[in-house]
Design a binder for this molecule. Structure first.
Ligand code: SF4
Length: 476
């Protein structure tokens, strides 16, 4: 559980009520698929692959009302994952009544865990597919269209699943998965169960996917893996994560490389060296700490201790003084004492993270920690979370304020929701930056230098100083 879980849609998100009548605009088109994605970047990436797998038969839609196929890509990391799934699918009932040919498939981590139980619990669902079975989805759909019911494909594969490489054009950055699964077995996490043991993706395939993305105008790539920096340990010959970063950095057109999430146990000297020496590697590390207390880390089966974590933070900052460090923290883990929690607050004071994703511990079915008998009362967990988040807000604001008057390079990635004529983007430290004026010549894929004029909550505001590397997305 190294990443935050958020609700994401493939296509532009829309919260609209279910319409009773078919949309006349869609009547003349081919079939449409709506993909609803819960969870982390890995799920977003998988949903993009699903859209590509189906694109010869289905146009990707922004909302479910006119869909012929609905896919729900689930996540079991956040609370009430199953409840969210069944409540979402239940909301599609009237769409099924209106269009009896509508198919609904459920995939992702909940599907991997629950398999055929999903079909028995929700008669609206036509088929279920697991985290290793994306490439089977077109066949599942075809068979369901021909009347086959009750299909479940949740078998693990040892090899890397072959999926389409090319993504959409017209975007500045993209995710690329470099490994799948996890061998760490943290006691609170379902990933080793739902995604299986760690498997590194063949390097040639990773590089080919990034090359294609660069040709389509992508300038920034985020490499994804549950423990992204243990990439290559299972390959023959072995490959270091830093060697992969070097190869990615050589790809023409790619100007920035991010990765999420590195595991503290796997960080070695080559990691500091590449951060210091390769200008394409972004000055931002998201490194999950989870707790500042050694006994809690032990109970979590996080196999590093705070002495090591502090030394990594020092090493990262020595290699790259301008680096931003963010983290994940769980509070209220079973058995966490007042002094354990204080140790986490002390660690935050000492490290002063730029930002953090923090959660109150909640039991995940199928994990060891869910069976621990020393669970804390919910009020204690919530109260600790509120204290921790208040401290983080203070640190985040201090960090943002420290940018006032400074110059920073921004990769424009889109337009502000509140003012669609103005661009926004991120700097190397991954801070969201809004430009307060309109600049007709700026668009996604352009690098621009800005001077920070204002800091608001979680966001910086800038005025343009000059355009940076000219990297406009090619028109197509
Ligand atoms: S088992 Fe631990 S390291 Fe692996 S994905 Fe879960 S939280 Fe991350």
């Amino acid at each position: 559980m190294e990443n935050s879980g958020e609700l994401v849609h493939i296509g532009r998100p829309k919260r609209s009520k279910v319409r009773r009548e078919p949309n006349p605009k869609r009547a003349s088109r081919g079939k449409g698929v709506y993909i609803h994605t819960f969870g982390c970047q890995m799920n977003v990436y998988d949903s993009e692959k699903l859209a590509l797998l189906l694109e010869s038969d289905f146009e990707t839609l922004d909302s479910p009302e006119d869909a012929d196929l609905i896919l729900v890509n689930t996540c079991s990391i956040r609370e009430k994952a199953e409840h969210k799934l069944y409540s979402l699918v239940g909301g599609f009932k009237n769409l099924k009544e209106r269009n009896p040919d509508l198919l609904i498939g459920v995939g992702g981590c909940v599907a991997q865990q629950e398999g055929k139980n999903i079909l028995s619990r929700s008669p609206l669902v036509d088929f279920v597919f697991g985290t290793h079975n994306l490439s089977e989805v077109p066949n599942l759909v075809a068979r369901a269209q021909s009347g086959v019911t009750g299909q479940v494909a949740v078998e693990y594969r040892d090899e890397w699943e072959e999926l389409p490489l090319a993504g959409k054009g017209g975007r500045a950055s993209t995710f690329v998965s470099i490994s799948r699964g996890c061998n760490k077995n943290c006691t609170y996490c379902v990933v080793p169960t739902t995604r299986g043991p760690e498997v590194s993706r063949p390097v040639a395939e990773i590089l080919q996917e990034i090359r294609l993305a660069a040709i389509r105008g992508v300038r920034e790539v985020t490499l994804l893996g549950q423990t992204v920096n243990s990439y290559g340990l299972d390959l023959l010959p072995r490959m270091k994560f830093s060697e992969l970063l070097e190869l990615v950095a050589e790809i023409e057109g790619i100007e920035r490389i991010r990765f999420t999430s590195p595991h503290p146990q796997e960080i070695r000297s080559d990691f500091f060296e590449i951060l210091e020496n390769n200008p394409k590697v972004c000055k931002h590390i998201h490194m999950p700490m989870q707790s500042g207390s050694d006994p809690v880390l032990k109970a979590m089966n996080r196999n590093y201790r705070m002495k090591k974590f502090y030394s990594i933070v020092e090493g990262v900052r020595a290699a790259c003084p301008e680096v931003a460090i963010s983290t994940d923290i769980i509070v209220g883990f079973p058995g966490e004492s007042d002094s354990d929690f204080e140790a986490t607050l002390e660690a935050m004071e000492r490290i002063r993270f730029d930002s953090s994703y923090s959660f109150a511990f909640s039991e995940r079915p199928g994990t060891k920690a869910a069976e621990f008998t020393n669970q804390l009362p919910l009020e204690v967990r919530k109260e600790r979370l509120a204290r921790l988040q208040a401290l983080q807000d203070q640190h985040t604001q201090e960090k943002l304020d420290s940018w006032l008057g400074r110059e920073t390079e921004v990769l424009v990635d889109g337009f502000m929701k509140s003012a669609p004529q103005r661009v926004q983007g991120r700097n190397s430290q991954n801070i969201l930056i809004h430009f307060d004026s309109e600049y007709d010549d700026l668009g996604p894929g352009v690098f621009v230098s800005g001077r920070i004029t204002r800091a608001s909550r979680y966001t910086l505001h800038a005025e343009r100083i000059r355009q940076g590397v000219s990297n406009e997305v090619p028109s197509r």
